[in-house]
Design a protein around this ligand. Structure first.
Ligand code: FAD
Length: 501
């Protein structure tokens, strides 16, 4: 029988996406004839941002055999329990979107219904007080979640803030140990096979041509293979996502690192602060239609607390997605496959799921189009659902200080998102999809944080007498407050991690 297995895979790009893909695929295909070559250009460099993650990153590096402590030490990482939003719904209001649950079900009825009813009676606290993750974050404390949670109230998850450059180096070490060949050169030209338009190879500025059977485009926004060579097309989402510029700067740490990302609304976008062990990452994401760069720069540098470590860097992006993330014999991952915007740290998580999808649908030489179609369909759905969650943050705002926020509130959103908002408003109900990055607890955090709360709930809740409802919710809050009080400060956890074997 003919061996139809693909034997040569070429990855173009050595940023976070390229090295993550190289490490994971090399691990998966260990012991098979597949040879992986990665081409990157140290002269071009990487985008150098992308330092906040969501909890799935821990499963990603766990599958490579790396522990939390190893990754944290190698990347100067801190723990991330969620994101603190300040001034988004209106100036002066802040809330935390944690990685974890709120309260727990009672009588088979989800927590939000109990909380909505209790709130209408004036018997409920802010939503965050029913979440261990949010409460730990607000208190600047951190404990590893229990392996066997004694109750749903003890359930939370966590992610990392890491140095993007150090993380790519870690992935590179892992990949090279597993035999990935690295070439440091610029791709000068992409050569296509005349008979079918498939990629035959990439010609480098050294004169060498690297041929392959399958290519992964991790070349960043430009999409050197997927777009410039194959013309896969780009779906523009700027009618809903107005931000298209960012200014990024690193600074000396200002105080102890918080176990959360800080995002603060600005007149035409928002600012981030990502605390690492050795420095802070800061940035201002804004809409060029609503603010000029000098103003955005002034707002950023005026807000950074520690000394700046370099001149701020300007980055342009176009919110949207590649229409075909897999075209012919090329699969795009990372920024080459599209980008929403930095909010909610979705991009690295999409790289993880992209690699996972490719691993599951990895083709052989016949390049069965069914695999490609499934990959593209799956990518489209995942990206659209993630997009809807990001748009929600703008649509629900109550700010009145600028055209940016007014226009965002008044815009028509995609039907898929409007449907979700309608169900929430009509019955406190969440739509659930299997392949969705943000689950109901995240939607609840954002609805409540933006004070978009229905006046209706599951009628089953009305059967419980108000004093009993009050007592049940108070029990939940107290259990969480006790757990927070017994957790050490985040900095203590970091010191322990630095010493851990
Ligand atoms: P890049 O880092 O741009 O890498 C591209 C690679 O291709 C480089 O190695 C480059 O040298 C190579 N290359 C390009 N052209 C050639 C050529 N001709 N020849 C050879 N090599 C070439 N994501 C998150 O999950 N969390 C965040 O907090 C977050 N914040 C962000 C903030 C901003 C402002 C932006 C713009 C993005 C952010 N992202 C974030 C996204 C995140 O930065 C990216 O998903 C991640 O860095 C992966 O990038 P990449 O590897 O696709 O591209």
């Amino acid at each position: 029988m003919n061996d139809r297995r693909i034997q040569s895979l070429v990855i173009v790009g050595g940023g976070t996406a390229g090295w993550m893909a190289a490490a994971r695929l090399a691990q998966h295909f260990r012991g098979t004839p597949l040879k992986i070559t990665l081409v990157e250009s140290s002269e071009i460099g990487t985008i150098g941002v992308g330092e906040a993650t969501i909890p799935t990153i821990r499963s990603f590096y766990g599958a490579l055999g790396l522990s939390d402590a190893e990754v944290m030490r190698a990347t100067q990482a801190t723990a991330k329990l969620g994101i603190r939003f300040t001034d988004w719904s209106r100036p002066g209001r802040s809330f935390i979107h944690p990685f974890g649950l709120f309260g727990h079900e009672l009588n088979g009825i989800e927590f939000q219904h109990w909380w909505l009813r209790a709130r209408s009676l004036g018997a409920a606290a802010e939503l965050g007080e029913y979440s261990l993750g949010a409460s730990l974050a607000a208190a600047g404390r951190f404990n590893l979640p229990p392996r066997n949670p004694p109750s749903p109230l003890a359930v939370f998850d966590w992610a990392l803030h890491f140095d993007a450059g150090l993380f790519a180096q870690l992935m590179r070490r892992h990949a090279e140990t597993l035999g990935v060949r690295r070439i440091d050169a610029k791709v000068r030209q992409v050569k296509l096979r005349p008979e079918n338009g498939f990629i035959e190879g990439v010609e480098l500025d050294s004169g060498e041509t690297v041929t392959g059977e399958l290519f992964i485009d991790c070349s960043g926004f430009r999409g050197l293979l997927i777009e410039e060579a194959l013309g896969a097309g780009y779906e523009d989402w700027s009618q809903w996502l107005f931000c298209d510029r960012a200014l990024a700067v690193q600074s000396e740490s200002a105080g102890d690192p918080a176990p959360f990302t800080e995002v603060t609304a600005q007149p035409a976008g928002w600012r981030w602060k990502i605390p690492l062990q050795h420095r802070d990452g800061n940035g201002h994401v804004f809409s060029s239609r609503h603010m000029d760069e000098p103003t955005a720069l002034r707002l950023l540098t005026g807000a950074v607390q520690g000394r700046l470590l370099h001149e701020p860097r300007a980055i342009r992006f176009h919110p949207g997605r590649r229409k075909l993330a897999w075209s012919r014999n090329c699969v795009a991952l990372g920024l080459a496959s599209g980008f929403l915007e930095p909010l909610e740290s979705t991009s690295i998580a999409l790289i993880e799921t992209g690699i996972e999808k490719l691993r599951q649908l990895f083709p052989d030489r016949s390049m069965d189009p069914a695999l490609r179609d499934e990959f593209n369909d799956w990518s489209r759905r995942e990206m659209e659902r993630t997009r809807d969650f990001i748009i929600l943050h703008y649509k629900l705002n109550g700010r009145t200080d600028s055209d940016f926020w007014r226009e965002a509130r008044e815009m028509d959103v995609p039907d898929s998102l409007q449907h979700k908002i309608d169900l929430w408003r009509a019955r406190g109900h969440f739509v659930r999809y299997r392949w969705e990055m943000f689950q109901p607890a995240s939607w609840l955090a954002i609805y409540a944080g933006f004070e978009c709360l229905p006046q209706v709930w599951d009628p089953g809740v009305d059967a419980v007498e108000p004093n009993s409802l009050r007592a049940r919710l108070a029990d939940m809050r107290q259990a969480i407050a006790r757990a927070v009080a017994s957790a050490p400060p985040h900095t203590q956890f970091l010191q322990q991690t630095a010493r851990a074997e």
